[in-house]
Design a binder for this molecule. Sequence first.
Ligand SMILES: Cc1cc2nc3c(=O)[nH]c(=O)nc-3n(C[C@H](O)[C@H](O)[C@H](O)COP(=O)(O)O)c2cc1C
Length: 326
Amino acid sequence: MSGETAAHAAPKQALMQAADAARHAPSIHNTQPWRWVVRADTLELHAATRRQLRTGDPEGRMMLLSCGTALHHARVALAADGWTHRVDRPAGEPLAVIRAEAHGATDLAAVRLVQMMRVRRTDRRTVTEEPLTDDAVQPLIAAAGTAGIRTHVLNSDQVIELAVLVEQAQKAQAGDDDLRSETADWVGGDRPAGTGIPGSAIPAEPPQTTVAEREFPAPGTLRAGAGHDTAATYAVLYGAGDEPGDWLRAGEALSALWLTAAGNTVTVLPISSPVEVPFTRQALRHMLGDLGFPYLVVRLGHGDPEHAGPAPTPRLDAGQVVEVED
Ligand SMILES: Cc1cc2nc3c(=O)[nH]c(=O)nc-3n(C[C@H](O)[C@H](O)[C@H](O)COP(=O)(O)O)c2cc1C
C-alpha cells in the first residue's frame, strides 16, 4: 500500500505516459499537429502549427480537431492509470492544461479504451452489407456526447445530399494547385519521417461508395473490397459554436466515438472535405436544419471480413512531441 502511494506520489510519470499514449491519436493526414509540455503535476497541450495544413486548413479547424483527439487519448490514459484530473481550457495557447488531482482506483472502462488506441485505424475499405443496428450506433452517439458534442445520423435522402456536397468539395479542392501540392507532401512524397499517410492505408482502386472517399494523389495498396457500401451509416458531429474551443471538443468527441467503435468492431472513416470547404460547410449546416455547426462527417459500418484491415500508420517519436520540464 505504502509502495503504491510512493509510486504515485508524483503524477509526472503518469502525465508522461498519457502524452505518450496520445501519440496513437488520429489526425488530419496524420500530421500529428500537437506538442505536450509535462510539468510536475500538469500536462499542457499545444498546437504544433508548423504541421498545420496552411492551404487546406488555414483556420486550423482540422488541426484543432486533431489536437482534440490527442487530448481525449491522454485523458483516457490518465483515467486508466487511476488518476482523476481537471482540464482547464485557456483561450489560445496552451489549448488545454490537464491537472492530475488524486490517484485512486483504475477506471476499467478507460483501460479497455486504452487497449483500443493501438488497434483503432482509419478504415477506407468498403463496409459490409450488414447495416449497423440502432443498438450499435447509440453507444457511439453517447460517447461523442460525453464531450458535449451531438451526432446526427443522416437519413437516406440526406446521404444523397451529402454525396453531392462531397463531390462539390472535392471538385473545388482538385482545382487548387497549392492544395494538391500540400496534400502530396503528406501522402507519399517528401514529408517528415513518422508522419503522413502510407500507401498501405490507401485503397488500390477507388472503393464503390455512395459518398466518395477522399481523393489521394496516387493509389495505394489497400484492398478495399468489391462490395458497395450501401449499408454504411453516415453521421455528422455538430455543436452550438464554431470557435477553436468547439473544434477541440469535437476532436475529443471523435476520439471517444472512435475508441468505443473500435471496441465494438465498428469501423470509422472521417470525411472532412465538406467541412474544409466553406460553401459546402454552409450547406451541411443547412442540412442539419441550422441546429448547429458541423465539425466532421463520419462513415460507420462493419469492416470487410474478406480483406485484412489497414496496417498501422507511422507516428513521431515521443521526443518530437513531448517536452519534459524539470
Ligand atoms: C480531423 C480529421 C479529419 C480526417 N479526415 C479524413 C478524410 O477526409 N479522409 C480520410 O480518408 N481520412 C481522414 N482522416 C483520417 C486520417 O487520415 C488518419 O487519422 C491518419 O492518417 C492516421 O491514421 P490512423 O487513423 O489509421 O491512425 C481524418 C482524421 C482526422 C482526425
